[in-house]
Structures are given as C-alpha cells and as structure tokens.
Ligand binder design. Structure first.
Ligand SMILES: *Cc1c(COP(=O)(O)O)cnc(C)c1O
Length: 390
C-alpha cells in the first residue's frame, strides 16, 4: 500500500466540500435558499439530531463551503460572514471582552483600525497599535490584560511582512490569542496555523471569490478557539447567503491555478516597474530588494498579485494623465478578481510612519496577458512625461 501522504492543497481545493452523493451525482452542491427547514415528524423535532435546522444555522451550500475552507486551512472550525470586514470584527469579538487589551498591527486594513478606535473603545476594549516589524519585541507591549494580538501580513497598502512565529510564541507564552488577516496570501501561500495563528481570517471577496462579484468572509479557528468563535458568530446572528456561498465554492476550485498566474504576472510587472525611472520603489515581498523578502521566503510558499508602487514626485495633472488613459487596468477598490486594478493608496499610521515623496499606488495584477499590462503602464508613463514637459 502507498504511504498515507496528506493530499496537497490543490487537490483539497478541488475535492472538499462537495455533496454529489446527496445531490443525484451533480458535481457542485446546489444553491439552497432557506429559512424554514421542515421536520419529517414530531419525533425528529424532539430528537434534536437533524443535520439542518434553520437557514441561518446552515444549509448544505454553506456547510460545503465551511468544509472546504476548513480543510484548506487545516483548522478545526470555520464560520462564514457576510464580508471580510465582518469576519475581522467577529474574530476580534470572539476573543476580547470589556477590560481587555488588544495589540493591533499599525498597517491593518483601514476598517479594522476604525472598528478598534470606535466600536471596541465603546465596548471597553483598549487597542494599542504596534509596529508591524516588531517581531518578538512585542513582548514589551504586553500588559496583564492583553488578550489578543492581531496581525496582517503583508500589511494593507504598505506590504510589511510580519514575523508571525516570533509574535505567536510571545503571545502564547502569555495566554493571548493570535489573529491573522491572511487575505493576501490565502491558505495556499501561508499556513496560518502551522505558523502560530489561532484564528485565520479571509476576505473571500478577494481571491476565493475571484471574480469581483461576491462579498463574503470567513474565520477559521483551531480547536482552542473553535467554540468561542462559533458562539460569538451565532450570538451575533451572522450567516451568509446560499448564492454567495455557491460563488465562493466555485471560485475556490480554480483558486490554485489563478493564484499562480496572479503571482507570475504580478512579479513580472513589479520587476519591470523597478527598472523604471518614474518609480522610486516597489513594495513586493517576493522581490529580493524588498526588506520583507527574507521572512517572506522563510514563511510563505508564494505571492499573490497585489503590491505597491511608489512613484517619483509628479504633478496632479501628470498623475491624472497616467490614470485616465489606462485601458487594461481598472481604477477601483478591492482586488483578487480576474481583472487588473490600480488605485492610489491612502492610509493612517500612528506608530510607524510611512515616508513617501511621491504618490503610492496599489496594483492588482489580473489574468490578462502580462505584455498587454506592461504596454498599458508604459503608455501611461508616456502620457505622464508629455504632461510634465508640456
Ligand atoms: C478587502 C479586505 C478586507 C475586507 O474584505 P471585505 O469583504 O471587503 O469586507 C479585509 N482585509 C484585507 C486585507 C482586505 O484587503
């Protein structure tokens, strides 16, 4: 008999969370739209062992998605949330209570910061923001009531890579949990639980959905935090629609091949941009020149297609000329879909100021032909030059 080798994540993404046998052999679990789920008889109400009870508590469609992502994460339990932002707030609320202290990375996703500053403050949870590059030095920021450390790596818009294992070993020695927004890498390129996270958060809206047509999030917990996560999630009355779960499952099947292409094209664009005189620096952890590269190389198994570019100072008119004539790149928020995007990056930092002289842009490399994308950017730079010299 062959050795029992665990299936690769590519295979899990294809095979997990399918209920073909229960659905006449149909490959994909269909969309279940349900509130009421009828019982066969009184005895089955009383027995309490019905697999499905009420729409909010799960249908075959939502359970299929939970099963698939729990397998990919190699976690204990997953809850589905109506957006990535809601997955973040649910994860935090599941580990923090009034009187607790939370350590939050300074380069977190913007809405994560405002949730801490507004809602958590109101609920009596105090947040301290920390330098994302602090590593094991985070020990000094711990207080007797520090319950959780929230990480996002690479961080939103500025792409600093965090030393999650070092942070986790400090946190665990003090009985605090580690929460990770793993949206950039997905479970395919960063193994959250193996590196010390207790709760792994994913904005499904991005790469899992993959087609710019669904808002969804999930949190997966290890066994220690599974129950309190599930309690908080059901206490808040959260659930995800059957249609959105179906789209997420459909996206998940092709995520491994899509991500490879996003990675390849992203790196090609990043290297080309690095060579341009219009560019001051490129923020992409898979580039050897990036300060986060050594930790990225140690901990990640790939890079997605999202990175930052700092331009040399330009006039507003020149920047408009660059943006407004782009043909392949769309100007818009979010990312992880099949199409290329570019947006100016705006953010707040309170601990580690990000110093840039020119505009900082965020690029998402889509699935188009890389040479078409390069040509689009090159034409943009030409329009920019014409403006500058006009
Ligand atoms: C987009 C994003 C989110 C939020 O996801 P939504 O589904 O838009 O709420 C969270 N974290 C990161 C890193 C993101 O880029």
């Amino acid at each position: 008999m062959a050795d029992e080798k665990p299936l690769s994540k590519e295979t899990l993404a294809v095979h997990k969370g399918r209920m073909s046998r229960e659905h006449f052999g149909v490959v994909n679990t269909p969309v279940y739209r349900a509130s009421t789920i009828l019982y066969r008889d009184l005895a089955s109400v009383e027995s309490g062992d019905a697999p499905y009870i009420y729409g909010r508590l799960g249908t075959p469609t939502s359970r299929s998605l939970e099963e698939a992502v729990t397998a990919l994460e190699v976690g204990a339990r997953t809850v589905l949330c109506p957006s990535g932002t809601n997955a973040i707030t649910t994860a935090i609320l599941s580990v923090c209570s009034a009187g607790d202290h939370l350590l939050m990375t300074d380069n977190c996703y913007g809405p994560t910061r405002s949730f801490c500053e507004k809602s958590l403050t109101r609920l009596g949870v105090e947040t301290s923001f920390y330098d994302p590059l602090i590593g094991g030095g985070i020990e000094e920021l711990f207080r007797s009531n520090t319950r959780a450390v929230f990480c996002e790596s690479p961080g939103s818009l500025t792409f600093e890579v965090q030393d999650i294992p070092a942070i986790a070993s400090v946190a665990h020695a003090r009985d605090a949990s580690v929460l990770l927004d793993n949206t950039w890498a997905t479970p395919l390129y960063f193994d959250a639980f193996a590196r010390g996270a207790d709760l792994s958060i994913q904005a499904v809206t991005k790469y899992v959905g993959g087609h710019a047509d669904v808002m969804l999030g999930y949190v997966t917990a290890n066994t220690t935090y599974a129950e309190q996560l599930a309690d908080t999630h059901s206490g808040l009355g959260l659930c995800a629609s059957g249609d959105d779960c179906f789209l997420a499952l459909r996206g998940l099947r092709t995520m491994p091949v899509r991500l490879k292409r996003h990675e390849e094209t992203g790196l090609k664009l990043a290297r080309w941009l690095e060579s341009r005189s219009e560019v001051t620096r490129v923020l992409h952890p898979a580039l050897e020149s990036d300060p986060g590269h050594p930790i990225w190389k140690r901990d990640f198994t790939g890079a997605s297609g999202l990175f930052g570019v700092e331009l040399a100072p330009v006039t507003k008119a020149a920047l408009e000329a660059f943006f407004d004539g782009l043909e392949c790149f769309g100007i818009g928020y979010s990312w992880g879909g099949y199409e290329s995007l570019i947006v100016p990056a705006h953010f707040n930092r309170s601990v580690r100021p990000f110093l840039a002289q020119g505009p900082l842009l965020r690029i998402h490399a889509g699935l188009e032909d890389a040479n078409d994308l390069l040509a689009d950017l090159e034409n943009g730079f030409e329009r920019m030059q014409t403006q500058t010299t006009a």
